[in-house]
Ligand binder design. Sequence first.
Ligand SMILES: [Zn+2]
Ligand SMILES: [Zn+2]
Length: 158
Amino acid sequence: MKEIALQVLVEQISLKYFNKHFEHQATFNRRLRTTGGRYHLNTHNLDFNPKVFESFDEEVLEGIIKHELCHYHLHIEGRGYRHGDRDFKELMDQVGALRFTPSLEVEEEYLLRWEYECSGCQNKFYRKRRFNLKKFVCHSCKNKFILNGRKRLKNMAY
Ligand SMILES: [Zn+2]
Ligand SMILES: [Zn+2]
């Protein structure tokens, strides 16, 4: 998504759900890591994490934009804009904002793989697809493999 499209989207969501104009800048910030967005108290501008915009669908994006707009509008109006404030919680519920950004870590770092184990030397290895246990034997000890099931793995060098 281009920055100009982001700006337009934030303005649209502000009008549609808050019935108020967003009159500052919405930009992407690559340095945001696990948060979806950030509201700047001094400039009133909003930053969004471009990775979030690549990883999630429109509903999630809207929820994140609404969350930041809750901070924005409440702060500008001098109301309770912090996460713990009653004003903030009520407005979040009203507009259907997301409380937290869905974790990027989990989305990106885990893979589902079939775990196989050699019945002889007990070496383990992982495959995306299943294979026929009768057709293959272990390279090092010539024994058969056992299928242990499907595992969630950290996304490393498997
Ligand atoms: Zn927040
Ligand atoms: Zn073996």
